[in-house]
Design a protein around this ligand. Structure first.
Ligand SMILES: *[C@@H]1O[C@H](CO)[C@@H](O)[C@H](O)[C@H]1NC(C)=O
Ligand SMILES: *[C@@H]1O[C@H](CO)[C@@H](O)[C@H](O)[C@H]1NC(C)=O
Ligand SMILES: *[C@@H]1O[C@H](CO)[C@@H](O)[C@H](O)[C@H]1NC(C)=O
Ligand SMILES: *[C@@H]1O[C@H](CO)[C@@H](O)[C@H](O)[C@H]1NC(C)=O
Ligand SMILES: *[C@@H]1O[C@H](CO)[C@@H](O)[C@H](O)[C@H]1NC(C)=O
Ligand SMILES: *[C@@H]1O[C@H](CO)[C@@H](O)[C@H](O)[C@H]1NC(C)=O
Ligand SMILES: *[C@@H]1O[C@H](CO)[C@@H](O)[C@H](O)[C@H]1NC(C)=O
Ligand SMILES: *[C@@H]1O[C@H](CO)[C@@H](O)[C@H](O)[C@H]1NC(C)=O
Ligand SMILES: *[C@@H]1O[C@H](CO)[C@@H](O)[C@H](O)[C@H]1NC(C)=O
Ligand SMILES: *[C@@H]1O[C@H](CO)[C@@H](O)[C@H](O)[C@H]1NC(C)=O
Ligand SMILES: *[C@@H]1O[C@H](CO)[C@@H](O)[C@H](O)[C@H]1NC(C)=O
Length: 443
């Protein structure tokens, strides 16, 4: 139990005194009693001297009043025949009179000695006798003992209330408390400084560590031993998913068909997260890293990383949208149609079926028209700019293909008209010839 040493209350001295006390005021009028008051604080088990004037009075009486009472008891008196110690002097910690003086002193102050001491001293002089009342209010200070850490639990869940107490046996109030936290790396920080032994916090992961408390009062300061490790359970936080794929954006990731994709999931948690993966909401894999090699278009969809803290039964997840790019089948096909009432050529290139659409480009681009498009692309070629036997090639490219594909066609002026020859990349056998009646005004 703690010894709470309260402030010495002022109380009424009904026996010896008038209620009016003029502290510290010297009354020069002879015949008037002189009152003096001092306050002394001393540490328990230490030495203390309670003074009664500076010169030895002819007669003195020391008396004691316990705090909270108004009973006055004699400690010692000296009517000129030497000091007569009362039994009380011993109970108060071997109080004794200092040799050749009227001061009281002890080498081993007791807590019980706290209270109001009154020394009534009579000095005889040629002007007559003079009476002094010396009041000494003695406060006995108890040093703080070594504190110890008490807490609700050595493992705690983030977000919940938590308490810690800095316990100590003895110590005079006011006591201030300081909480030190030590991390695994040895870094010491101050969690709180308060005048209460109990602290209440909402615990978070940053509270993980060892603790010490320091108790301090006006006498001394003591520090507790290091507490056990406080393990704060938390998480999993919202997972972070690192995707390695063809393209990774905020809205989703893309892979190339037959390429590789890897997902690495990380969610902070104590104890560490258990990871699993869901494809379109169906669990199919366990572990933080998911590698998919040789991915196919059918494997596009929603990939969800599920992180779980199995100890506190919490979970969190994040979903990544995966798109798989695949090229169109075969090769582009090239065709020429008459346009603008047979005065121009429409170069048509088609290569559909891939995702996203393939990019198509006609060369040469004689008249500077837009020559690039997607999937189905028609370029109008002015007949006047086009000479016989020109070969036009349509190049198709797609992200999911290393090398592009192409098809070619050749203009052929025929009897004042133009026809085209379709040269298939697979050889002359598959050449098809289109006869297109183009009015050969300029040929
Ligand atoms: C006390 O007074 C006596 C006589 O005057 C003297 O002999 C003695 O040394 C004094 N003792 C102390 C402790 O002052
Ligand atoms: C301490 O906390 C753990 C985890 O929250 C809990 O399982 C255990 O019951 C607690 N112990 C006490 C004594 O409250
Ligand atoms: C606390 O104070 C009490 C009373 O003064 C004393 O008996 C006890 O030894 C003290 N305890 C410590 C640990 O100092
Ligand atoms: C503790 O400190 C607060 C403010 O800092 C003060 O209001 C309160 O009275 C103090 N309590 C004690 C027991 O000293
Ligand atoms: C924990 O400490 C870090 C770094 O000081 C800080 O950024 C973070 O907000 C703290 N977390 C909580 C839950 O207080
Ligand atoms: C995909 O992964 C497999 C097996 O790890 C490897 O052999 C292959 O070269 C990878 N392909 C690509 C395009 O990185
Ligand atoms: C996934 O791939 C990474 C790097 O390519 C490799 O370090 C890891 O071991 C692979 N994980 C699995 C489960 O195959
Ligand atoms: C197309 O050209 C022919 C011959 O030059 C002309 O007779 C005909 O009117 C033209 N048609 C249109 C729709 O311009
Ligand atoms: C391309 O043309 C073909 C045949 O004309 C048609 O079926 C297809 O829908 C077209 N594709 C696009 C993307 O316009
Ligand atoms: C066109 O395609 C054929 C067949 O794939 C290929 O041999 C040729 O090199 C390609 N031509 C160009 C210019 O890319
Ligand atoms: C165009 O070229 C083809 C093939 O070389 C040839 O047969 C035809 O006669 C030519 N046309 C004209 C109008 O010269």
């Amino acid at each position: 139990m703690k010894n709470r040493v309260s402030e010495v209350p002022s109380f009424c001295l009904t026996v010896f005194l008038l209620p009016l006390l003029l502290y510290g005021l010297e009354i020069s009028d002879p015949g008037q009693v002189v009152y003096k008051e001092t306050r002394i604080s001393a540490v328990v088990e230490h030495e203390v001297t309670l003074p009664c004037g500076t010169t030895l009075p002819d007669v003195y009486i020391w008396s004691f009043t316990q705090p909270g009472t108004d009973k006055i008891q004699a400690v010692v008196y000296n009517f000129g025949k030497g000091p007569k110690l009362q039994h009380l002097a011993q109970d108060l910690g071997d109080l004794d009179v200092v040799q050749n003086s009227s001061s009281l002193s002890t080498k081993n102050l007791l807590v019980a000695a706290e209270g109001l001491y009154t020394c009534q001293a009579l000095y005889d002089s040629v002007e007559g006798a003079k009476l002094y009342y010396y009041y000494v209010r003695l406060r006995v200070l108890v040093p703080v003992t070594k504190p110890y850490v008490l807490w609700s639990n050595s493992s705690a869940v983030e977000g919940l209330p938590y308490w810690m107490r800095c316990g100590l046996k003895n110590g005079t109030e006011p006591i201030t408390y300081k909480w030190e936290q030590e991390s695994r790396s040895g870094l010491v920080t101050t969690l709180a400084e308060t005048n209460q032994s109990l602290i209440n916090i909402i615990i978070n992961r940053n509270n993980t560590g060892w603790y010490r408390c320091l108790a301090k009062n006006e006498v001394n300061q003591e520090r507790s031993d290091r507490s056990d490790w406080l393990d704060v359970l938390y998480g999993p936080d919202l997972p972070q998913v690192d995707v390695t794929a063809y393209s990774v954006t905020e809205r989703g990731s893309s892979a190339l068909e037959k390429g590789n994709v890897s997902f690495r999931c990380q969610a902070s948690s104590n104890p560490a997260s258990q990871y699993s993966w869901l494809y379109n909401n169906i669990e199919f894999y366990t572990g933080p890293q998911l590698n998919i090699t040789n991915i196919l278009r059918g494997q596009a969809g929603y990939y969800t990383c599920l992180a779980q803290n199995t100890l506190i039964n919490t979970q969190s997840k994040r979903t990544i949208t995966l798109t798989v790019y695949y090229p169109p089948d075969g090769t582009p096909s090239c065709t020429i149609f008459p346009a603008n009432n047979y005065t121009d050529l429409a170069l048509f290139c088609s290569w559909g079926g891939g995702y996203p659409a393939a990019t198509l480009k006609w060369t040469p681009n004689v008249n500077g028209a837009i020559s690039q498009g997607l999937s189905n692309f028609t370029q109008i070629q002015a007949g006047s700019d086009t000479i016989n036997n020109t070969i036009f090639t349509c190049y198709g490219s797609h992200a999911a293909l290393n090398t592009g594909q192409n098809c070619s066609t050749r203009t052929c002026e025929y009897m004042g008209k133009k026809s085209t020859e379709f040269i298939h990349k697979y050889g002359k056998n598959s050449v098809s010839t289109l006869e297109i009646g183009i009015r050969g005004l300029y040929y």
